[in-house]
Ligand binder design. Structure first.
Ligand code: ATP
Ligand code: MG
Length: 405
């Protein structure tokens, strides 16, 4: 990709109202652009990273046997009346009317829709379990949208729903998804703590959250430093300094960014929404449901927060929008294009072919954060290049480098 054509509107300074480092950097690096409060456009570079996160999620969920579908964002009130949540959900639900005055909402989550999708099909134990997920835009009229993609009113979520015949079946899915989530976040370059949490709006029996520990996190976590015990303070009657219930040591507090959330829902939706099946003995029973979310746009924000300085970032290899940033400092001639085409055979390459001073190119390269930079400078005509891979600089022969690919 030629940088002269690729749309990366980097900014010298971030807007004043961007309070956290990752938000400032995402605006400055041309990853996102605000459209309205809590509503963002994902610019090409930011959207490429989103797609890379999504690819990791798809791989890990397909590996455990979940299938992808896409449900509507626009949902009829009638479904939400069936579950009782039209009345319960409160002002966070974005409600609207069509031209015939029928009421709808823009989906903040999809338990009702998915239950409606499967309930006529899963009427026998033979049709269970079912595991379906989607990657989709969600809407919540948050009281305080803030910190860029951290708390949006429109955001990208991956939501997965499992339907099982028995509670043991639901529990088995829950454990499997929990492990898949750990792999997903690890592959995104994030270390997460799994903490017990309240069951919240979604409701149900048991829930856990995946937290990236960070000063800018909105949740407060109590955790042990000597075991993996952790709990969201909202769900706890313990306090800092208390002995952890597993006896591993005192509890500490820290802030966390909630990037994922998993819920054992049980029959909270299947009973009112009439999702029953017949078991082997011919007895009618409600299906056991669980639901699992990952905030994809929030995950992007957490990755940036973890990896950013004020001047730029270095993307983890798994998410980088390009593999190489090729930066010629002089004229883009045939020799430069030859290197570009050679690299492109096996990798995604961004070629800075802009007519800009080296200083401008380096500043933008630091902001954009492609981890492997190849600089074609003064000695390029003598067959030597400069590389800067993950911040480590060296000079080497072009021939040797190309042979090593
Ligand atoms: P929070 O406590 O942060 O409001 P939640 O418990 O309401 O989150 P869920 O309903 O479990 O969130 O949604 C699944 C995931 O979607 C969350 O773990 C989070 O990563 C993400 N998410 C939720 N609300 C937002 C939002 N307003 N903006 C961006 N991502 C969000
Ligand atoms: Mg919420």
């Amino acid at each position: 990709m030629k940088q002269s054509l690729y749309y990366i509107p980097t900014l010298k300074e971030a807007p004043k109202d961007a309070e956290v480092k990752s938000h400032r950097l995402m605006l400055r690096a041309g990853l996102i652009r605000q459209t309205a409060a809590g509503i963002y456009t994902y610019l090409p570079l930011g959207y490429q990273v989103i797609k890379n996160i999504e690819a990791i999620i798809r791989e890990e969920l397909e590996a455990i046997g979940a299938s992808e579908l896409l449900m509507p964002a626009l949902q009829p009130k009638s479904l939400w009346d069936e579950s009782g949540r039209w009345a319960d959900y409160g002002p966070e639900l974005m409600r609207l009317k069509d031209r015939k005055d029928r009421e709808f909402c823009l989906g903040p989550t999809h338990e009702e829709v998915i239950t409606e999708v499967v309930r006529d099909i899963i009427t026998s134990y033979k049709k269970l379990p079912v595991a379906l997920y989607q990657i989709q835009t969600k809407y919540r009229d948050e009281m305080r949208p803030r910190f860029g993609l951290m708390r949006g009113r429109e955001f990208i979520m991956k939501d997965l729903y499992t339907f099982s015949a028995t509670e043991a079946g639901m529990n088995a899915w829950y454990e499997m998804v929990k492990e898949a989530y750990s792999r997903i976040f690890k592959r995104c370059g994030l270390s997460t703590k799994i903490v017990a949490s309240n069951t919240g709006e979604i409701g149900g029996i048991e829930a856990h959250e995946f937290m990236v520990m960070s000063e800018v996190g909105e949740d407060t976590i109590l955790y042990s430093k000597s075991s993996d015990y952790g709990i969201n303070i909202e769900a706890s009657d313990q306090k800092e300094g208390d002995m952890a219930p597993d006896g591993s040591g005192p509890l500490f507090t820290g802030k966390g960014i909630e990037v994922g959330n998993i819920f054992k829902i049980g029959t909270k939706y299947s009973i009112p929404m009439n999702a029953y099946y017949q078991d082997q003995a011919g007895e009618k029973k409600p299906v056991q449901m669980a639901s699992y979310g990952i905030g994809i746009s929030r995950t992007l924000m957490a990755v940036v927060e973890e990896h950013a300085t004020e001047d730029g970032l270095i993307w983890p290899e798994s998410l980088t929008p390009f593999d190489y940033h090729l930066i010629p400092l002089n004229e883009v001639d045939d020799a430069v294009m030859e290197v570009y085409h050679k690299l492109k055979e096996n990798a995604r390459v961004l070629l800075d072919d802009r007519d800009e001073r080296p200083g401008v190119k380096f500043k933008d390269a630091a902001l954009i954060g492609i981890p492997k930079r190849i600089i074609l400078g003064r000695d390029f005509k003598d067959g030597r290049i400069e590389t800067e891979f993950y911040g480590e600089k060296s000079t080497q022969s072009l021939e040797g480098f190309l042979a090593s690919l």
